[in-house]
Design a protein around this ligand. Sequence first.
Ligand code: CA
Length: 224
Amino acid sequence: MNVLVVEDEKKTAALIRKALEAEGMTVELLHRGDEVVPRATAASFDAIVLDIMLPGHEGLTALRLLRANGIATPVLLLSARGEVDERVNGLDAGADDYLPKPFVLAELIARLRALVRRTAGRAPAKMNVADLTLDTLTRVAHRGGASIPLTPREFRLLEFLMRAPGRVRSRAEILENVWDYTFDPGTNIVDVCVKRLREKIDTDGGAKLLHNVRGEGFVMKAEP
Ligand code: CA
């Protein structure tokens, strides 16, 4: 596991490095916020530990720039402030987890491991089926040069179907992955959402991409 640690307090940074290396992780240290994007673009990391108060760019600015540059590496934010709004701002800016200072090193290690496990199967930032593109960072779809705004539910549905093009997904699978339902609510919410999504992405002229497979479910694919 290869971790980029961005922390300007040299003593704290050294302690984190020592603790992570003792766990068999490879660690690279940076002390400034404006070094994050160039480094994360040049090399590939499994996770980034990012302090909020940094010289150069603040941590949240660095985080927004990372995401704007299409770098989806999981980020764990560290903050001395500990206020709820910082946590919310961090998660809005694209952080995957948040740890207030002071923290116990064992907790940092546990959180990092959980973060990498959780995001290991994460899809790449951009997915394609034919001329339809879905950007999972900005959560906007594009087709034929036009951007297609999606509701959060439509985004989750489209992402789920695009993750495995050509694979038929049953209504039960969709309910579980898009609505977090492990039971059948006995309504047609899946069909209604599919219909709305299809009206947005399968517009006039282009090939039909979202197909209904009778008695089985739904599939995204280019050919009929
Ligand atoms: Ca700091």
